[in-house]
Design a protein around this ligand. Structure first.
Ligand code: NI
Length: 134
């Protein structure tokens, strides 16, 4: 492993250290490594290359025809969906995780369309990476 030193304003370093303790890092090096990895993954997602990710939805089970709409949207994008799992959280809420792989623009389009559907309470797209650039 290579070592290098970083110069940083005291104020910014203080905020960085707060960020570290808030996220459970035991040292600055691992936090910097994760920030670099995150930047490289972001770059991969903006380059139009093939990406992998997970879309997590929580939605209202009682909203009329919502499940049908969400299924229809997924059929419109079947070529980028690897797998999906539905969990009945309680009487009112459903959780669905959708594992996606494909061109970044298509993945984001699917995630945005799902998020914009009425009755979807939360929707997150988690960007993963095969690690080619890491
Ligand atoms: Ni359900």
């Amino acid at each position: 492993m290579e070592r290098f030193s970083i110069s940083m304003e005291e104020d910014l370093l203080g905020k960085f250290d707060n960020h570290l303790s808030g996220h459970g890092y035991s040292n600055r090096s691992e936090a910097v490594r994760d920030l670099v990895r995150k930047a490289l993954i972001d770059e991969e997602w903006q380059s139009g290359e093939e990406v992998v990710g997970v879309i997590t939805l929580v939605f209202d089970h009682h909203q009329r025809k919502l499940q049908d709409k969400l299924t229809e949207l997924q059929h419109d994008h079947y070529e980028i969906i690897i797998s999906s799992t539905h969990v009945h959280l309680d009487h009112h809420n459903c959780l669905e995780v959708i594992i996606v792989k494909g061109e970044a623009g298509s993945v984001c389009e699917l995630a945005n369309r799902l998020k914009a559907t009425r009755g979807v309470k939360t929707s997150e797209l988690t960007s993963a990476s095969t690690g080619k650039k890491l």
